[in-house]
Design a protein around this ligand. Structure first.
Ligand code: ATP
Ligand code: MG
Length: 651
């Protein structure tokens, strides 16, 4: 934990939607009793256009004998109406989506009216194909507007979407189709990222050759690159011909608040991905409400979240949160390094982006390339920055703040999970001085607790496991097909709480710092060390770019520390450098943080969403080189063998 804190500028505070006093008051009020929490969520539900207003706000019991999570259970609504139709009355020509293509010469601006028309067309077409309320539809898409159109068209007709990241293999896609038993797959001929073609349709064909995929009746194919692809006469249909003759009006399905909305598989950082199920009324209320709170949203914001639509962030904060609020959302097809590492900055200038939301892994990879690229743009339109996905190391935080944000823009470090549906911890901008690396404060209605291994909720400054002692509307309802695993994973270890699986520290000011996964927390001679803390210390050394730290068996201390390190360009691994790094970390954290092994590697094993898979490194550090578990979500599996070679050579 660094001692530094960054006050918010007076200019930002003057324009912010909330003040420090207001946040404190509203937060206290929202959690002072279960009734008060319900009253808060009843108020927030007023921001939704209901077809039938809910009279029951929550019906929750974490007791395993009588378990239930229901929000607004007698309410009825349609999410596409909330994201589209209602804005047509007020601002039909406002850009809903600004799409930036892979190549900088290509962009498209789609108004709410146009998006509504397209969603209705596809909704009508899918109805004609026999898609009914409750049917599952798999989307395997590049980052093009049709991805959002597909999701919203599902909500229009009550179908449950399952978006599978376009970077996943045919096999990963096939397994998710088998699990969801989808009736339709929506895809594109090819994806295009950094001028590289991704054979989406070919992958779909291969996935559908797998046993257990017979549920799929039609494959809808968006024409993106135009390269020739096989189309099978009876099963495959082009998106543009399918919707060509369809009406621009489509009767929205009346959905009960607790009807399923989507299913989405987690990143798989800790094991086999879980099919997380979210429902309708609670999810959209939470998405709408947290989006405007955390990003301090104004009418004229141009908001850009870089997350792929295949992750939960691409659902809640690229699609549903912004569109429900009538906010313009930017969708980027490409990658930060194409044509050069200056691209992100150029996009910000081109579309006058005001809020940028991205991940530490993206920030670190840009930082590695130096400041020159970023400085090609002036980025004066930016007023707020956000980060999500992993703990952000203070060095990357500083760079994001100083270089990308020009020292002007607050950073909201947002902690949440696929399971939580939306952000639970973040500094609401304008209400608190920022501490690099801390997710700071709970959002309204959320009661976080720090709990130790013998189930005691700790008071004051403390360190332990992060649990949430109440429910919130955006909470997941089950793991698809596996309610037992749901109860087992989240509600069994700490009875009466939602268990997040993350470690946390609460400091003297009551602010929260995520220390990493509980499974990854290092217990060295009885002292708990968060992976985030040790990695941040390694990252802060000028010779390193990124590090992953795991525990390894140690004769004396029980657990020793193994660090896997990527060196900065031009640095060479040497015993001297390793000794110097170890000295540096011991000075930063204390002698307890001794790096017992330092492995210099070319790349770290990461999920496709950029998270380090420490469980693999833990096995390797312990000398286990085979049987490394589910590797299907790994971005590049060839890094594993290279790491094993390094470790073997050092032993
Ligand atoms: P799986 O559950 O399958 O192992 P996953 O946990 O990586 O996958 P996600 O739901 O995408 O799947 O990620 C949520 C996790 O990401 C959180 O539990 C937390 O560990 C980490 N995380 C997200 N945001 C932050 C943040 N701002 N600070 C620290 N950690 C974060
Ligand atoms: Mg998780």
């Amino acid at each position: 934990m660094t001692q530094k804190s960054f006050p918010i500028t007076a200019e930002f505070i003057a324009a912010a939607n909330t003040t420090a006093e207001q946040y404190a008051q509203d937060y206290e009020r929202s959690v002072e009793s279960p009734e008060a929490t319900n009253a808060f969520w009843a108020e927030r539900a007023e921001l939704i256009d209901w077809m039938k207003k809910p009279t029951i706000i929550s019906n929750v019991n974490y007791d395993l004998d009588d378990f239930r999570i229901k929000w607004y259970e007698d309410g009825e609504l349609n999410i596409s109406v909330n994201c589209l139709d209602r804005h047509l009355k007020t601002n039909p020509y406002k850009p809903a989506i600004i799409w930036e293509g892979d190549h900088p010469s290509l962009h498209k601006i789609i108004s709410f009216k146009e998006l509504h028309a397209e969603v209705c067309r596809l909704g009508n077409a899918m109805r004609k194909l026999g898609v009914k309320k409750g049917d599952r539809v798999t989307l395997y898409m590049p980052m093009i507007p049709e991805a959002m159109v597909g999701m919203l068209a599902c909500t229009r007709i009550g179908a449950v979407h399952s978006v599978v990241f376009g970077g996943f293999s045919a096999e990963s896609l096939g397994n998710r189709i088998i699990d969801s038993q989808s009736k339709i797959v929506i895809t594109a001929d090819e994806g295009l990222r950094g001028n590289k073609h991704n054979p989406l349709k070919v992958n779909v064909d291969r996935a559908l050759d797998m046993e257990g995929t017979d549920s799929v009746e039609k494959v809808i194919v968006v024409h993106r690159t135009g390269n020739s692809i096989p189309m099978s006469g009876r099963r495959d249909v082009w998106y543009h011909s399918l919707i060509a003759g369809e009406q621009e009006q489509c009767e929205p399905e009346v959905m009960n608040s607790e009807d399923p909305l989507f299913l989405l598989y987690t990143s798989g950082s800790t094991g086999k991905p879980k099919g997380v199920l979210h429902t309708t009324g609670g999810y959209i209320t939470y998405a709408l409400s947290t989006f405007r709170d955390v990003f301090d949203i104004k009418d004229d914001d141009v908001y850009w979240c870089t997350a792929d639509v295949g992750w939960v962030t691409g659902h809640t904060y690229s699609t549903y949160g912004p569109l429900a609020n009538g906010t313009t959302t930017v969708v980027f097809e490409g990658v930060p390094e194409y044509p050069t590492w200056a691209r992100i900055g150029h996009i910000i200038d081109k579309h006058k982006i005001t809020v940028l939301y991205t991940a530490p892994t993206a920030i670190r990879s840009m930082m590695k390339e130096g400041d020159t690229f970023v400085r090609e743009s002036d980025r004066s339109s930016l007023r707020l920055l956000g980060t999500v996905g992993e703990p952000i190391n203070p060095e990357a935080w500083d760079w994001y703040y100083d270089v990308v944000g020009g020292g002007r823009c607050p950073i909201v470090d947002t902690w949440w999970q696929t399971e939580t549906g939306g952000i639970l911890l973040a500094p609401i901008p304008g209400t608190v001085a920022l501490k690099p690396g801390a997710a700071m404060n709970p959002l309204y209605g959320i009661i976080p607790q720090v709990i130790d291994t013998d189930d005691t909720a700790l008071e004051g400054p403390a360190e332990g496991n992060l649990v949430i002692s109440n429910s919130w509307p955006g909470q997941m309802r089950t793991i698809y097909h596996d309610h037992e695993r749901f109860l087992e994973t989240y509600f069994t270890e700490y009875p009466g709480y939602y268990f997040t699986g993350d470690g946390v520290q609460r400091d003297e000011d009551g602010h929260y710092w995520i220390t990493g996964r509980v499974d990854d927390v290092l217990n060295v001679s009885g002292h708990r060390l968060g992976t985030a803390e040790v990695e941040s210390a390694v990252d802060a050394h000028p010779s390193t770019v990124e590090a992953a730290v795991v525990g390894m068996p140690h004769d004396i201390r029980g657990v020793g520390i193994a660090a896997f390190i990527i060196l900065s360009i031009g640095e060479v691994a040497s015993d001297q450098l390793k000794a110097e790094l170890n000295r540096h970390v011991r000075t930063e954290i204390g002698p307890i943080a001794n790096l017992d092994a330092i492995y210099v590697v070319e790349a770290l094993p990461k999920t496709r969403s950029g998270k380090i898979m420490r469980r693999i490194l833990r096995n390797i550090a312990a000398g286990q080189y085979v049987g490394l578990g589910d590797l299907s979500t790994l971005a590049d599996s060839s890094v594993i063998n290279k790491i094993i070679d390094v470790v073997k050579a050092e032993r």
